[in-house]
Design a protein around this ligand. Structure first.
Ligand code: SF4
Ligand code: SF4
Ligand code: FES
Length: 272
């Protein structure tokens, strides 16, 4: 191992992790508990939580799966901001101090400690029918070929396919905080993703779902959602384009011309 990569794992500082603890089934109030652990330059928040659970307090609850920013399970509030625990290094967020604060995502009910209940989030996701809807059921039952798509058609929705369903955008949205029936940035941007997919026939089926009191018109375009997305998806942009699609439909205009859909080239999409 090279010296530089060994240094990444050498303990260099003791950090206090201030962690929100709450079991709604038995606690009257949440409380904060502090844990001291030695961290290296490479220690992530998830590493630190796993160490606390294994060595200090096995009762600590949090959620994770892939450990590599792919599944979206480990999103939480880290020093007040929605971030993925598995790819956030402790020392990066400590900013020279010795304290980092962890609490569950805003706008979600708490199951226990840092683990939230995603039931409503996923119900809203499912409500917009996040799958390709086809009218040619004979072809679906007995396929005779592929549903082809040009690179320009793919680029209309490409960035939204990166969504991890981590809930960070939903947690950061001020409209979700005040209107619990609001579909939210993740579901609405996914509705847009399917409504501009050239293979999809479900445009008219989704209009009554998103063109509602708690649908896209509740979005005030504050863009807090896009600001926190760990995959650089831009749900705020998706919602504004969705509004545009609906308005064009109401005025009898054709849907988007590809040039109006951003990003229009795959190379322009930022990736992690
Ligand atoms: S759009 Fe981004 S922040 Fe929102 S759920 Fe998907 S990956 Fe997470
Ligand atoms: S842009 Fe819309 S969806 Fe995103 S945070 Fe603001 S109100 Fe919520
Ligand atoms: S554990 Fe999968 S994204 Fe963090």
């Amino acid at each position: 191992m090279e010296q530089s990569s060994m240094d990444l794992w050498k303990p260099i500082k003791v950090i206090r992790l201030r962690v929100y603890r709450y079991n709604p089934k038995k606690d009257y109030f949440p409380e904060w508990r502090e844990y001291e652990i030695e961290v290296s330059r490479g220690t992530t928040i998830l590493d630190a939580l796993l160490r606390i659970k294994e060595e200090i307090d096995p009762s600590l609850s949090f959620r994770y799966s892939c450990g590599q920013a792919l599944c979206g399970s480990c999103a939480m509030m880290i020093n007040g901001r929605q971030m993925l625990a598995c790819r956030t290094r402790v020392l990066e967020v400590a900013h020279g101090r010795d304290l980092v604060e962890l609490r569950p995502l805003d706008n979600f009910p708490v199951i226990r400690d840092l683990a939230c209940d995603f039931t409503s989030f996923f119900e809203k996701h499912r409500a917009v029918k996040p799958w390709i809807i086809r009218k040619d059921s004979d072809e679906l039952d007995n396929p005779t070929g592929e549903y082809k798509q040009s690179i320009e058609e793919y680029a209309r929705y490409y960035q939204f396919t990166d969504c991890l369903k981590c809930g960070a955008c939903y947690s950061a949205c001020p409209t979700t905080a005040t209107d619990h029936a609001y579909l939210g940035p993740q579901a609405l941007s996914q509705a847009y993703r399917y409504m501009v997919d050239s293979r999809d026939d479900g445009f008219d089926e989704r209009i009554p779902i998103v063109d509602t009191e708690h649908g896209c018109w509740r979005c005030h375009f504050a863009t807090s959602c896009s600001d926190v997305c760990p995959k650089y998806v831009d749900p705020a942009q998706g919602i504004q384009l969705l509004k545009k699609l609906i308005i064009r439909r109401k005025f009898g205009l054709k849907p988007h011309r590809p040039a109006e859909v951003l990003p229009s080239k795959i190379g322009e999409v930022k990736r992690r």
